[in-house]
Design a protein around this ligand. Structure first.
Ligand code: TYM
Length: 327
């Protein structure tokens, strides 16, 4: 049986990259056979978020986002990472078999440094906690965006070192990417990877004037609509690819490529994109508002999820403690 598991950091409002790269898969997979575990990585977010009130709010926001977009907490276990403290015990055991060099090679850590983020030890050892998150639940498949693939490889390495030393304790997981390349790595409005920390993100539930402003911010150039252009070179078409059915995308692309009188201008394409965002998320925006108005209910859903998740993590923790001689 497949066990799917993934996590999202509550380090900011969730954006289109989080949706198309991860959440959309999580919800679709949770309707298929198997076990489904999705958690809010609040211990991880603590490496960057320093405001306790904000962190509490963001955790509920991630929960409300999943539920509003259609995750059924009866089919999938949804919980807050820190309510299962066994993962930190497993992380410690893994850190004793994980070489420094492995962590020093992490792209995500190096990117954060390059963006001027001042690192703490938690940010450096982040992949060890992530490996523990995955291994604690015997996950076989981890649906994530492309940026997390290296972390999955590191998880496989850590499981391999531990098992090599102490016997078969951990199950080796695999990353599972969205089939569609434009979803596995969604660009931000500056063309780099969309990220909460790069100031280039569009929030999933943006609407009205703010949505319009965000879409206007997708850069275009001064070429006239009549001038033929290669749609593959236009960032706007990457965004359209996320929302439009393939046939419709092909149709717009052919018209832009041909140029001439019938070709749409950038303004026109942006209008279409705004309408498509409204169609995709309109109903979920309302559901999210309702869910956010009842924080106690969100906390109850997360606590019920944590109870179920904890049973699995305790069994793995006990197996690991025994294997390495701590019991
Ligand atoms: P996080 O919170 O940065 O992102 C959550 C999920 O969204 C995906 N994602 C993207 N996908 C496509 N295009 C983008 N621009 C984009 N930006 C983000 C991420 O790949 C991820 O799937 N380390 C993880 C959280 C985590 C985790 C785990 C994940 C902690 N423990 C265990 C899986 C399993 C992270 O920072 O994701």
């Amino acid at each position: 049986m497949k066990t799917y598991l993934s996590g999202i950091q509550p380090s900011g409002r969730l954006h289109l990259g989080n949706y198309f790269g991860a959440i959309r898969q999580h919800i679709a997979l949770s309707e298929t056979p198997g076990e489904h575990y999705y958690f809010i990585a609040d211990y991880h977010a603590l490496t960057t978020v320093r405001d306790p009130e904000l962190l509490r709010e963001l955790v509920r926001d991630v929960a409300a986002t999943y539920l509003a977009l259609g995750l059924d907490p009866e089919r999938a276990v949804l919980w807050r990472q820190s309510e299962v403290p066994e993962v930190t015990e497993i992380a410690w055991m893994l850190s004793t078999v994980c070489g420094m060099g492995l962590l020093e090679r992490a792209h995500s850590y190096k990117d954060k440094l390059a963006h001027g983020i001042k690192p703490n030890v938690g940010l450096f050892t982040y992949p060890v906690l992530m490996a523990a998150d995955i291994l604690a639940y015997d996950a076989t498949h981890v649906p994530v965006g492309k940026d997390q693939v290296q972390h999955l490889e590191m998880t496989q390495d850590m499981a391999g070192y531990f098992n090599g030393q102490y016997g078969e304790v951990f199950v080796r997981p695999e990353a599972q990417l969205a089939d569609n390349e434009s979803m596995a790595k969604v660009p931000g409005i500056d063309g780099q990877k969309m990220s909460k920390s790069y100031g280039n993100a569009i929030w999933i539930f943006e609407e009205g004037k703010a949505l319009k402003k965000a879409i206007q911010g997708i850069p275009t150039d001064s070429r006239a609509p009549e001038e033929p252009k290669d749609p593959k070179e236009l960032l706007l078409f990457d965004f359209l690819a996320l929302f439009l059915p393939e046939d419709e995308w092909n149709d717009w692309a052919a018209r832009v490529q041909a140029g001439g009188e019938g070709a749409p201008g950038y303004g026109h394409l942006k209008q279409r994109l705004i309408a498509a965002v409204d169609e995709t998320f309109g109903e979920a925006r309302e559901r999210r508002r309702e869910l956010m108005s009842d924080p106690a209910e969100l906390d109850r859903i997360l606590a019920r999820g944590a109870e179920k998740a904890r049973v699995r993590a305790q069994a793995t923790r006990n197996r690991a403690l025994t294997a390495c001689g701590l019991r």
